[in-house]
Design a protein around this ligand. Sequence first.
Ligand SMILES: Cc1cc2nc3c(=O)[nH]c(=O)nc-3n(C[C@H](O)[C@H](O)[C@H](O)COP(=O)(O)OP(=O)(O)OC[C@H]3O[C@@H](n4cnc5c(N)ncnc54)[C@H](O)[C@@H]3O)c2cc1C
Length: 442
Amino acid sequence: MLDQTAESFWDVIVIGGGPAGYFAAIRCAELANQSGTPFKVLIIERARRSLGKVIISGGERCNVTHACFDPARLVTYYPRGGAALRGPFSRFQPRDTVNWFEQRGVQLKTEPDGRMFPVTDTSTTIANCLEEAGRRAGVVVWNQASLLDIEHSPELDEQGARFLVRLRRDALEREQVLAAHSVLFATGSEAFCQGLIRRFGHNIEPPVPSLFTFKITDPRIIDLAGLAVSETSLRLEKADFSEKAPIPTQNGPLLITHWGLSGPAALKLSAWGARWLFEHDYQAGLVVNWLPPLSVDKVMEDLRKYRDIPGNNRKKPGAHPVFEKIPIRLWKRLTEAAGIDELQNWADVSKLNMRRLAEELTCGRYQIEAKGIFKDEFVTCGGVNLDEVNFKTMQSRLVPGLFFAGEVLDIDGLTGGFNFQNAWTTGWLAGAGMTEPINQRV
Ligand SMILES: Cc1cc2nc3c(=O)[nH]c(=O)nc-3n(C[C@H](O)[C@H](O)[C@H](O)COP(=O)(O)OP(=O)(O)OC[C@H]3O[C@@H](n4cnc5c(N)ncnc54)[C@H](O)[C@@H]3O)c2cc1C
């Protein structure tokens, strides 16, 4: 049995007032209210302000979700956790997120690339909506309250408690011990809490950053910051041989920055390759196809055809991009890298140099030197092992009454609203899962 006396009893204590914790607490309290059962739900949040990441998210506009309404397709945006989310997305998916916010007075809009934001274009709309919904449902929130320790008993005490939660509340300038029937960890990637979760016997996949840009210093792209190519294809050299976690080639726009390469294609590749790149200390060869789906041979053929058009053989290769989508300054650099002299005409370009240009265009190799920053979104891969969680209720398979939601799990998505969708979906399920005692009381 639990060997300390608690100051108060709570049906549910949610650790972490981020989006997953809020969503779970609101769902739980709303369901309890609907059933007319008194049910005490508490969020403890370490920070002075809850929902800190919501507020800074998406360049302070909050990319709430993504306009992808097919669960089977939605899961393909999660380098880790997609398979586990297949069932949960059939219960709560982006369409439900849109409805949830709409029912509480917040309209979302869709941008051309599928990202969804509040029509106000400000993240405080989302944070205020969650806080207001929590208040209305009767959720109690304690800020500047940090979890210090947690103890579990397999038996319920006379109040129905099976957890003792020790926390530090700055407002009281002291520690407190609370009793709870269920506890939800919605603590994101916080290492201290991962340690406590491990003590319950759970395995934690080691945390590793995801969603970053690539630091590359290379004469082909130096001083070209701001140039973008609308459709490229990127792969990590030698990284696609692992059968366990293959790193698929990624397509999409690529942006040259002061630091190296960024844009959707680079960010997606960073997410899929997050663990592999970490293990390789962010030193890797990046192979860029600036003209997908064209191959070296097809580009060779196109270059030859271009050269053979009457009049072209007297043109300077570096001055006239053969492929419209390549900006002229980048094209010039690629011709130089292929060894084509700026004074040469097409007629004088050797077969070897033409081949090298075709290679530069379709499989140029760039050396990644380090992990760069992407300020609009950041996520950690790793977390609670998914096999140890029941994805119908988000309850631990090892410890009854212990629940998980959000980034604390070994789930992470690509940039575009997928990480919040994971928080909404798993929070929503956990919220319902934690009302199980109500069903037993009825
Ligand atoms: C700059 C930035 C921008 C982002 N933009 C987007 C975006 O636009 N769209 C998107 O989908 N995703 C975005 N993300 C990712 C998204 O914010 C996270 O995936 C999401 O916040 C995870 O939610 P969570 O509730 O699981 O965890 P968190 O948001 O990390 O919340 C966990 C909470 O637990 C609290 N906590 C931790 N330890 C304790 C403790 N011991 N005691 C009490 N409380 C504790 C923390 O203070 C925190 O408030 C962004 C991330 C960053 C960093």
